[in-house]
Design a protein around this ligand. Structure first.
Ligand code: FUB
Length: 444
């Protein structure tokens, strides 16, 4: 099992340069809490790992935390360890129980909240806090856990009036409590949030939108499994009214999310285990989210493409599409070293890839990595949709077979600038069963 996970993982390493899903592949990351501090996008996930030899696997094997930042709109930088399980002053050593964290800014300081197993065995999990001058740490960890609180998955709301609330999970009850100004103690007693639907489980993430309080959480339906749901209220401590799902069930395991507005777009961060194929070795992902006019949230579909904006000079792995029609994806073979391709391309099939940054319109050429076992037709590059403005055409030729790859280059015939959604349209004879295999595109 372990070997096959590592082998599968290694196939992905190096493919993930333009903020596609999953976001990182060198570590297993779960429970991503995203935050924007001073216009920069940070993610604070927990980490899953294969239990070390001799360690009895707890439910999840989670040794500590890393933080990540989005660099140049395209690459996730690992800023290294935030906290290891054996650095928790009040924690049980080697407990591998470092579940979902959060990090918020108050004044000019950053506060990192995390659950861990206490040495004193007083609860399943307690919640600790550390403070730093920088969102990347180092954090100065409080010697003891926050008194009066036991549970998991802290989610913090810093309200517009400066009041701070901590929401947390435990025993299928969502609790909330106001924090003191020092951010390290509670002010009053935790209360149970009322009005949540049956099936609420964990992972509370609070935020405010147009003066309403949104409480989002993992919600399990007996026939479906984990979904992400949300409720709203006019009061941070509720009662809340259930509004619906933000994401349907993906597959058989947990989901845990956060929601953030970054560069005027809303993004849902969540996790899946599509790299490992095992629901305790998860990987964080992100997709755009939208509000309707009435303040309700449009359901988000998990995509491979995710967020991020490839720019001139980036290799666009076209298999990480936003939309695909009449085609499939598979591992490349033949003379191509690694990666995925778009294949089984029927006549008029297409792949859409959103948010490509053409910059100031200086791109004059586009390259494509193509394998083609027939000799008729073209791959057209269009803007917006499959019938949109034609900006480039790759005439096809027989490259030596469906597994024999060549780099094609063609002119961009229109001046294109700014961020654009591009569509590769596959055209051939109606009699051809497939048009061409495509690995990547590159703007020059
Ligand atoms: O990652 C460990 C636990 O699984 C989290 O605390 C829950 O929200 C679920 O994702």
């Amino acid at each position: 099992m372990k070997k096959s996970i590592l082998l599968f993982l290694s196939l992905f390493i190096g493919l993930n340069s333009i903020a596609q899903n999953p976001l990182v592949t060198h570590l297993f990351t779960a429970d991503p809490t995203a935050r924007v501090f001073d216009s920069k996008l940070y993610v604070y996930p927990s980490c899953d790992m294969v239990p070390p030899e001799g360690v009895e696997a707890p439910r999840f094997c989670m040794p500590g935390y890393h933080s990540f930042t989005l660099e140049n709109g395209s690459t996730w930088k690992d800023n290294g360890s935030v906290l290891d399980q054996n650095e928790v002053p009040w924690g049980k050593k080697n407990s591998y129980g470092m579940w979902a964290p959060d990090c918020v800014k108050k004044g000019n300081k950053y506060y990192y909240y995390y659950p861990a197993q206490p040495e004193d065995k007083s609860a399943f999990r307690r919640i600790g806090v550390g403070v730093s001058k920088s969102p990347e740490g180092p954090f100065k960890w409080e010697k003891n856990y926050i008194q009066g609180v036991d549970g998991i998955d802290p989610g913090i709301l810093v309200d517009d009036d400066g009041k701070v609330y901590m929401y947390y999970a435990g025993g299928r009850t969502l609790k909330a409590v106001k924090l003191n100004d020092n951010m390290k103690e509670i002010d009053g007693k935790p209360i149970k949030i009322e009005g949540l639907p049956a099936g609420y489980v964990e992972g509370p993430f609070p935020f405010k939108y147009k003066n309403k309080y949104y409480l989002t959480y993992a919600h399990v339906f007996p026939q479906e499994g984990y979904t992400i749901g949300y409720s709203t209220s006019d009061n941070p401590l509720g009662p809340y009214v259930y509004q619906g799902k933000i994401m349907d069930n993906i597959s058989n395991g947990t989901n845990h999310h956060s929601i953030v507005k970054y560069q005027d777009k809303w993004i849902l961060f969540y996790h899946w285990w599509d790299i490992s194929g095992y629901n305790k070795l998860r990987s964080m992902r992100a997709d755009y989210m939208e509000f309707k006019k009435d303040g309700s949230i449009k359901k988000v579909k998990p995509t491979l493409r995710g967020i991020g904006s490839p720019t001139v000079g980036d290799t666009i792995q076209i298999d990480r599409y936003n939309e695909i029609s009449g085609a499939k994806t598979a591992f490349v073979g033949g003379n191509e070293p690694k990666g995925w391709m778009v294949c089984e391309t029927e006549m008029m099939s297409f792949v859409k890839f959103n948010n490509v940054d053409f910059g100031k319109g200086k791109s004059k050429k586009i390259k494509a990595r193509i394998a083609c076992g027939q000799r008729i037709g073209s791959i057209e590059i269009r803007l917006g949709n499959q019938k949109g403005k034609l900006i480039a055409t790759f005439p096809l030729k027989h490259t030596g077979g469906w597994n024999n790859w060549e780099t094609f280059e063609t002119n961009i015939t229109q001046e294109v600038s700014g961020k654009q959604n591009i569509v590769a349209v596959f055209k051939s004879d109606w009699g051809a069963s497939k048009v061409a295999n495509l690995n990547w595109l590159l703007l020059e």
